[in-house]
Design a protein around this ligand. Sequence first.
Ligand code: SAH
Length: 372
Amino acid sequence: MDKNFQEEFTQIIKFKPPLYKQRHQFVKDLVEKYKPKKVADLGCADCSLLRMLKFCSCIEVLAGLDICANVMKEKMHTLSPLPVDYLQPSERSLTVTLHHGSVAHKDPCMLGFDLVTCIELIEHLEESELKKFPEVVFGFMAPSIVVISTPNSEFNPLLPGVMLYRHPDHKFEWNQAQFQSWALETARCYGYSVEFTGVGQPPTGMEKAGFCTQIGVFVRKYPQTGESVQCEKPTEAVYKTVFKAVYPSLKDEKYLQNAVISEVIFTAQIIKHRLMSKHEEYGDDPERKSKFQPSMDCFSDCLGKLVVEKNMEPFVSGNEVYIPLATIFSFPKVNRLCGTFEKLCKLIAGKVTLSSDGSAVMFNIEHENEEN
Ligand code: SAH
């Protein structure tokens, strides 16, 4: 490479967004494309990729593994649920776990993943660990997809201040041919196909250098059979779990019940409010008030387009307002949360005041009448 040309570039190469963000975005895009439910990040370091992935709504199980417990522990609290996660539990379930251990060892907690990411990990492995790595990841874990990124040494001359390796802990840095031959051999050995790409574009005129970070995306060629999943999978646990967070989810009956109760009361209040404002228009005649049967038109704007039967109409009787459960159930959000009318009844039983036959939510408006 022409030295002057090289020097010129080393002055100006600055990736935007920064390279680590580009690598993480690459993984996020892959997650959005393949929609894996279970993702494991090997060599997760400070968990920054996991922190980003927890917002991908397809993921239900996230695991991190690192040989250095301290680096994981530094920011692992940021993987815990936030108050808002409890206030508005998500529809999906999500469990985040961090393990302390080496990718050179097999542990049953690493089985069953759809996607395994190894971002800037392999160049940190000792020769003996690198030898065991393919058998652990491709042979034992055998996920549908594996992503491996590693520095491309051909790019190093373009980076300012890089003498031998980009990081003092790197045990090696491969050029494109070295990475590709290792990846192709690994893929062939374990029944995967592999495609090469990268992040960190080389400058114009330097395309031959390739991407600053080279990436191999491995896709398993054959579905795993029940036999291959079970055979030769040792059950002995060698990793230590250092963190586990189970996010509140509507899949958990406890959170679903709370959400349904709040939604039912909220919905009933909206209907009651609309009903009462119409009711007031009828003046003080108690005869007329008690017989008041509003048209559903008076709150159809919040119901959306609903087919409302006669027996679904709310009504006032004396000091009580009755909002039929069937009406509440026809609200899209309540409907989606409960699925069936029976489930709605079961979830609110004993938690919401109902009419004696259990068919309507009942509000006493005596106090409200006094105020008016
Ligand atoms: N994946 C991270 C950074 C990786 S740095 C990111 O994208 O930002 C490499 C990480 O691999 C370090 O945290 C290091 O502790 C870990 N590591 C090194 N050898 C390992 C091994 N044998 N098993 C698991 N993790 C290892």
